[in-house]
Design a binder for this molecule. Structure first.
Ligand SMILES: CC(C)(COP(=O)(O)OP(=O)(O)OC[C@H]1O[C@@H](n2cnc3c(N)ncnc32)[C@H](O)[C@@H]1OP(=O)(O)O)[C@@H](O)C(=O)NCCC(=O)NCCS
Length: 121
């Protein structure tokens, strides 16, 4: 909830994300602080492999009890997170230094497959 600027913004998010599920007052999330790949190795897929590892680490099947992975992404890294199926939390920060994004672990099947992209992680 503290990641949202107002109750109504949080309610909009809940309504959109939890259509047929009971809506709660808050959801367990883990925040990814800063991910970095050596300059020499950027663009070789290591960042995506590390993200996949983290998604698996916190997935339902691992019983970590987490629903979302969130990140305050530098604007320059937004395309990277978007390619890895992270979504923006709101449109409020489109021109801020960082953009809040999230990955919904609820989209993962229990066998560790991403139910939306069918990407095996
Ligand atoms: C952001 C970062 C972690 C990505 O790691 P990486 O190993 O270079 O990323 P990948 O090779 O897995 O890239 C995955 C996809 O995202 C794209 N991508 C990665 N960084 C991008 C960027 N800055 N802008 C646009 N697209 C980007 C890649 O082109 C790739 O797309 P493709 O699969 O179509 O080729 C790395 O570039 C980095 O350390 N950046 C500096 C630190 C930083 O900004 N970290 C983010 C903190 S929030």
């Amino acid at each position: 909830m503290s990641d949202f600027s107002s109750n109504s913004e949080f309610n909009r998010f809940r309504k959109h994300r939890f259509v047929h599920e009971k809506r709660l007052r808050s959801y367990p999330a883990v925040k990814l602080c800063r991910l970095g790949v050596s300059n020499a190795l950027r663009g070789t897929g290591i960042g995506s492999i590390l993200l996949s590892f983290m998604i698996r680490l916190y997935s339902r099947s691992s019983r970590a009890g987490c629903r979302f992975i969130t990140v305050d992404a530098y604007q320059s890294a937004v395309p990277f997170y978007a390619k890895n199926d992270f979504l923006p939390l709101s449109n409020r920060d489109t021109s801020s230094y960082t953009r809040m994004m999230y990955f919904d672990l609820g989209t993962m099947a229990d066998d560790g497959e991403d139910a939306i992209t069918s990407r095996k992680i």
